[in-house]
Ligand binder design. Structure first.
Ligand SMILES: NC(=O)c1ccc[n+]([C@@H]2O[C@H](COP(=O)([O-])OP(=O)(O)OC[C@H]3O[C@@H](n4cnc5c(N)ncnc54)[C@H](O)[C@@H]3O)[C@@H](O)[C@H]2O)c1
Ligand SMILES: O=C(O)CC[C@@H](O)C(=O)O
Length: 411
C-alpha cells in the first residue's frame, strides 16, 4: 500500500513549537515527514504570537502561552493545538471548538513526577527544612528539633482525587501517612484512603493539605480568605495545581500569622513567560515556604513522554482525522482508511447540515463507504470514507455548505 498522503503536503504544514517542548516531539514530527517546524524557547504573546500563528497548521504549547479566543480566531489556518502538559486552561477550549480546532493534551505523562514532588515537599515542610537550609547556607548550625516531625502517622488531605491526587494517595500511604480526600465527583478510594465530603472538616482534621484540582472557573480562588481561615493549627499547604486556585495574599497573611505552618507552592497567579522575565511573589522570604518555578511535572522522563504522547495524537489527527482525546471538537475513533478518500467535515451543530453533505455527495455520484458522526452542543464532526475520485471537486462542494467550519480531505 502506498504511504498515507494528506490533502495538504506535510512539507508545507507549519508546526509551531513554543516553550521548549521536548525534542521527542520534534523527532516524532520529523520522523513522520513534517519538516516545517518552527521552535521558540519561551511563550509568545500579542502580535508576536499572532504573526507566528498566521500560517501555522499546528501549535504546540505548555502552560504559559495563552491561546485566547482572539488568538484562535486570527490563526485561520490552525487545525490543531497540542498542550504538552496536563492543564488545558491556557486555551479557550470553547473558542477552539467553535473554530473547529482540535485540542489535545497529555493527561498522565507527568502525573508521577508531580506526585513524587508532593511527597518530597511534605517531608521538607514538616521537618522545616527550608529554614534549616537557609540557615546552613548562611553559616548557621541549627540542630534544634523543635517543630520538626516525621510524616509517618500524619494526616494528609488531598483536594481533587483525580490522576495526581490518587497517585499522591498511594505514595503517601506507603510512607505511613493516613490519607483523606475531598472531590466534587464520587471517586474510588485507593488503598485505605477515606473520602471526606466537607472541605472544612478535611482542612480542620488534617496536618497537610495538597491541592490537585484543575484550573477552571469553578476552582478559581477555591482557597480564598474564608477557606484559608479554616487552617488554624499550623497545618501545611501544598499547591501544585494552578496559581489562581489559592488567594495568594490571604495565604501570605495566614503564613505570617502562623495559622498555616508552611507551604510548598509551585504555581502562581502571575508566572514569568520565559527565563529572562523576573519572578516575584508575595510569598518570597517567608519562613518555611518552598517556592518552585512550576516544575511539578518537569522531569526528563515526564517531558520526553509528553512529547511522544501529544505529537502522536496530533499526527494521528492530521493523518486520519481521529480526534480521540480531544478537549474541543467532538471525539471520533476512526477505522484505518482502506483504499478510500476520507472527508473530514466540521460544522456548526444545526439541523440540515448532514443531509446537505449527503445530498452534495450523492449528486457527485460518489459511493460512500463509511460515515462517522459525533457532535457536541455547538459543533458536529462528520467523517466520510468515499470511493476514490476527483476529491478536490468534492471538497469545493462541501466548503460551500452553510455552517461549514472546516473541511479537510485525506487521500
Ligand atoms: N505543577 C505542575 O507542574 C502540574 C503538573 C501537572 C498538572 N498540574 C495541575 O494539576 C491539575 C490536576 O491534574 P490531574 O491530572 O490530577 O487532573 P484530573 O482531572 O485527573 O483530576 C482533577 C480532580 O479534581 C476534581 N475537582 C474538580 N473541581 C474540584 C473542586 N472544586 N473541588 C474538589 N475537587 C475538584 C475532579 O473531579 C478530579 O477528580 C491539572 O489540571 C493541572 O492544572 C500541575
Ligand atoms: O509544563 C508546563 O508548563 C505545565 C506543567 C503542568 O502544569 C501541567 O499542566 O501538566
Amino acid at each position: 500500500m502506498s504511504p498515507l498522503k494528506t490533502s495538504f503536503p506535510k512539507g508545507k504544514m507549519k508546526i509551531v513549537i513554543l516553550e521548549s517542548i521536548s525534542q521527542s516531539a520534534v523527532e516524532s514530527f520529523k520522523k513522520a515527514g513534517y519538516t516545517q517546524i518552527e521552535q521558540y524557547p519561551g511563550a509568545l504573546s500579542g502580535e508576536e504570537l499572532d504573526e507566528v500563528l498566521k500560517d501555522a497548521k499546528v501549535v504546540c504549547v505548555r502552560s504559559k502561552t495563552q491561546l485566547t479566543e482572539e488568538v484562535i480566531q486570527k490563526a485561520k489556518k490552525l487545525v490543531a493545538i497540542g498542550c504538552f502538559c496536563i492543564g488545558t486552561n491556557q486555551v479557550d477550549l470553547d473558542a477552539a471548538n467553535k473554530a473547529g480546532v482540535c485540542v489535545f493534551n497529555a493527561p498522565f505523562s507527568n502525573t508521577r513526577s508531580v506526585a513524587e514532588l508532593v511527597i518530597a515537599s511534605a517531608i521538607m515542610l514538616i521537618r522545616r527544612i527550608p529554614d534549616k537550609d537557609k540557615a546552613a547556607h548562611a553559616g548557621e548550625w541549627d540542630k534544634d528539633s523543635t517543630n520538626a516531625h516525621e510524616i509517618r502517622g500524619k494526616k494528609l488531605g488531598v483536594v481533587g482525587y483525580g490522576h495526581i491526587g490518587s497517585q499522591v494517595s498511594i505514595l503517601a500511604e506507603a510512607m505511613g501517612l493516613k490519607v483523606f480526600y475531598y472531590d466534587v465527583e464520587n471517586k474510588l478510594p485507593l488503598g485505605n484512603a477515606e473520602e471526606v465530603t466537607d472541605l472544612k472538616t478535611l482542612i480542620e482534621d488534617c496536618d497537610l493539605i495538597t491541592l490537585h484540582v484543575p484550573g477552571t472557573n469553578g476552582t478559581k480562588n477555591l482557597f480564598d480568605k474564608q477557606v484559608l481561615s479554616w487552617f488554624n493549627k499550623g497545618q501545611m499547604l501544598i499547591n501544585m495545581s494552578r496559581g489562581n486556585v489559592v488567594d495568594i495574599e490571604a495565604l501570605k497573611t495566614a503564613l505570617e500569622d502562623g495559622r498555616i505552618g508552611g507551604a510548598a507552592v509551585d504555581v502562581f497567579p502571575e508566572e514569568p513567560k520565559n527565563k529572562a522575565e523576573k519572578f516575584s511573589s508575595p510569598l518570597q522570604n517567608i519562613s518555611n515556604v518552598i517556592l518552585t518555578p512550576h516544575i511539578g511535572g518537569s522531569t526528563e522522563e515526564a517531558q520526553w513522554n509528553i512529547g511522544l504522547d501529544v505529537s502522536a495524537k496530533l499526527i494521528k489527527y492530521i493523518e486520519s482525522g481521529s480526534s480521540i482525546g480531544s478537549h474541543s471538537i467532538p471525539e471520533l475513533s476512526l477505522p484505518k482508511m482502506e483504499d478510500t478518500h476520507r472527508i473530514l467535515h466540521i460544522h456548526k451543530n444545526v439541523s440540515g447540515v448532514l443531509s446537505e453533505i449527503n445530498s452534495k455527495i450523492s449528486k457527485l455520484d460518489v459511493n460512500i463507504l463509511g460515515q462517522y458522526l459525533s457532535t457536541n452542543i455547538d459543533v458536529g464532526y462528520v467523517v466520510l470514507d468515499i470511493a476514490k475520485n476527483d476529491s478536490l471537486d468534492t471538497l469545493k462542494e462541501l466548503r460551500q455548505i452553510e455552517h461549514t467550519i472546516k473541511v479537510r480531505i485525506l487521500y
